[in-house]
Ligand binder design. Sequence first.
Ligand code: ZN
Length: 351
Amino acid sequence: MNNLQVVIDSGHGGTDPGAVSSSGVREKDLTLMISQYMYDEFQKRGVPVTLVRSVDETVSPTERVNRILAAYGDNPNVVIISNHINAAGSATQGAEGAEVIYALRDDSRLASNILTSLGNAGQKMRKFYQRRLPSDTSKDYYFIHRNTGSNTHPVIVEYGFIDNPEDLAKIQNNYKEYVDAVVDAVIATAEGETISSMPGDGSYYVVKSGDSLWKIANMYGITVDELKRLNNLSSNNLSVGQILEIPSSFDDTSDTYTVKSGDSLWKIANMYGMTVSELKSLNGLTSDNLMVGQVLKVKGNVNSSNNTYTVKAGDSLWNIANRYGITVDELKRLNNLSSNVLMIGQVLNLP
Ligand SMILES: [Zn+2]
């Protein structure tokens, strides 16, 4: 990315307000304000920049992609920044902080730098991650990643939560600092730099008493060597409170289950907290018949031996509670949680 070109996508617009706060603040207005300021900042820094939407207008996904690709083409110098404000829904009032979602075709450097930079600017870092389309896990979940060619670098930046009054106030008061942080991060990444972090949560793990590299690596489904390499560790010693970088997303679709005698789709689906139709679509099954020894892909976050759930990228208390037919409050009580923030790899008790 030596000849950086930037396309700024203001999320939503026109008939699509995006998320709306209880006080009536609309996501589409915030994303436009953020995007216009961002446009000016890139111009000041001498970076070629195009704004996908500069007024309050309805832009269909197809039209949005057309405008994005019309700006500088499907070329590897192009960074696409899609600005959004998150919403957690009424069940998780109080969620706060920024998230960055990057494409399956990209490595995590840009997303990591943007999130770290937002963290350094004072916003709480939640996580950076990739998200897969459930019906075809080889594809991105969001069209802004999936349909924007194969060379561009699209990122969705969620600055915070519109339905948390404190987070909303933070965004309204500090959006210029946050935008500057994103602009810095994009330029730094293009220059091959890594922004060093002030540790937060999400992509970091704080070493606790009794932890070992082996235990932590296991928790995230990586090898001890990978964990050491990621953190430039030369020894196996850890100290309590040490901050380790962890992989921002790990492939939860690679887990498999080998069919045993007496198994049924229903039993296996239940075991992994999936529906039978999810299990069938994940495996492209057209019938309900299983064969002993058949290998099935499973979601693999549920440990049926002790009835726990391992938090994966993109999870929220709300979607986990929903999946198990309980309320967020019940799930929090069951796990003695005082906040709504989850960490990837965190293990939750299930009813
Ligand atoms: Zn949005």
